[in-house]
Design a binder for this molecule. Sequence first.
Ligand code: F0G
Length: 457
Amino acid sequence: MRTIIEPFRIKVVEPIRMTSREERAALIRQAGYNPFRLKAEHVLIDLLTDSGTGAMSTHQWAGVMEGDESYAGARSFFRFEEAVRGIFGHTHVIPTHQGRASERLLCRAVVKAGDVIPGNTHFDTTRANIEDTGAEARDMVIPEGLDPDLDHPFKGNIDLADLERCIAEVGRERVPFVLITVTNNSGGGQPVSMANLRGTRAICERFHIPLLLDAARFAENAFFIKLREPGYADKSPREIACEMFALSDGAVMSMKKDAFGNIGGVISLNSDEWAEKIRTALILTEGFITYGGLAGRDLEALAIGIEEILDEEYLKYRIASTAYVGNHLAQAGVPLLKPIGGHAVYINGRRFCDHLTDDKFPGWALSVALYEHVGVRACEIGNVMFGTQDRATGAWNWPALDLVRLAIPRRVYTQSHMDYVVEGITELYQHRREIRGLRFVHRPAVLPHFTATFELV
Ligand code: F0G
């Protein structure tokens, strides 16, 4: 059989509220032309993020009922610890409420002003947490990773020559760790190869620098390795994931992605010294070391979710269903980042809206038009999120790519939802010249995309 089906049945449904185009035009205007400011109930199909938006399984819901809510030493913690350690393999497993809490705790514990953290491409909260300590987050993805038209199996790879040069230039004392994000979200959901991880490991070992993974989408990365890297076709996703983690000294993870969690995160480490520092800080802001800001029921659901995500049938469906959306859009001529990522399809905003200059925010304008046209909410990862303005001259510095991400929640939407999305975007593409640009009304200094407001120009 060629047809790949959703490997689950639907037991509970959540109604979607239909809206008219006129309603949506008013709603997005009231939201300051910022899709983040919309009420979710006004969104038909929500592709803003795949984070915390997944559907839990019957087993996870059963686990919720099993949650042990004891303050210290809860059974659910030990189940969580065992599940994470069984895959990650590090000594210390520290729960947190989500990925950025892990990043903050890690950065506060081991990063200092003047340090440099090399990575393939740091996610925005990771970058913000690194910069908050006065350190520099330095992206060094391979050049192929920056070319939206190039088809390359592992566009998330870090440039090993750049990494080596960076460490030699900065000095190993100022590089507390190297962080590789799997898959590379900000670079288009592109995977990192095992060979690249091995190469990174070798450099880190030579300079005695720990290698950490941002493991938010580790299972999707493992499955891409299985599909694309010679020698891995016969290995299970779990074996591949274990091999990836075995090359690392630790990991931070948002468990709202590849653990099917609606909330949750983890820090996994081999270093006793770092773990001690982090646990001390954890108690100040997150909670006791066996719950880290989560309820026992959350820990339980995550322990089950992180096992379920490695199911090969699920991963086969996941990667194929994301590619389904991408391939249909590509056939309609919609300019996409190639190849299609694991959790999302990325539209090339600059090319879609080639009548808009960078200062009119083409990708953002597309995301606004997409909501207005068909009620689909997507997320710009481009000029608004990463554009910086020189304080003195007012000149803008634009990121290499201005993308609009259609992130696909896990186990939530069916193929007909995706057919609707494809049809809507195809229609919009035919009328793309009517999409109007925007300018800032209010631009917050940090992570502007979340709360900024705009007006049409
Ligand atoms: N690292 C990566 C690679 C991420 O994609 C995210 C979140 C985080 C860290 C932070 O985790 O949200 O649990 O605090 N990405 C979401 C997204 C928000 O939409 O891509 P968090």
